[in-house]
Ligand binder design. Sequence first.
Ligand SMILES: Nc1ncnc2c1ncn2[C@@H]1O[C@H](COP(=O)(O)OP(=O)(O)OP(=O)(O)O)[C@@H](O)[C@H]1O
Length: 226
Amino acid sequence: MSEPLLVVRGLSKQFVSANETVPVIEKLSFTLGQGRSLALTGRSGSGKSTLLNLLCGLEVADAGSIALRDQVFEAGAAAAKHRAAAWARLRKQHIGVVFQEANLMPALTLLENVQFRAYLAGRDPAHSEDWLTRLNIGELARRYPDQVSGGQRQRAALAMVFAMEPALILADEPTGSLDRHTSDEVTGLMFELQARHGCSLILATHDAELAAGCQQHLDLGHLSGV
Ligand SMILES: Nc1ncnc2c1ncn2[C@@H]1O[C@H](COP(=O)(O)OP(=O)(O)OP(=O)(O)O)[C@@H](O)[C@H]1O
């Protein structure tokens, strides 16, 4: 087993709305080694997106702890402001997030989006155009996000993540809006990057083939007994 990058212990999260409490993640524990990939599966509503949000600090857990690189986040322990700042630093430099909606800056071209993401993470932006080319959108580098399709935006979002050379990639249905051929290419690239740069990968997916390509598997539907 490689050195652990991420150690999750007793993690719980519930949502409280006007008339009900929805327990989503209950006492979840798992470890992900450096350079390993983990498929996160489970039926719709089983908590995949919620867990990814917890793992990058966009949601706060009710109980448990998350240890990532040299940081330990205990639910309720550290001051919220300190915790938010530590998560923001991790997201800027070490966690690449690819969620269902590609999060590009509308005033920047695709190339500028990738360059800016690399720059923010302290990486050399010189390879940005290569990443767009490898994702088959090199010819769209100088277009703005609203001048390309949803699938092309998603590939640009992946180029941004690759250009920042993260320690951990969190991907929520990253190939959901792509056709099978492009999806296979993008997935291949993700696994190649993982192998070559030793970054770890957590993929929330409904795609059994994609899940089977990962080294570890966490089925949230199974864990919560649904
Ligand atoms: N902000 C919120 N307030 C209340 N309930 C929420 C909130 N966010 C998510 N939920 C509920 O938490 C549960 C888990 O949602 P989540 O989006 O994590 O599921 P998922 O497994 O990612 O689903 P899908 O596969 O459909 O994307 C669902 O029942 C959802 O309705």
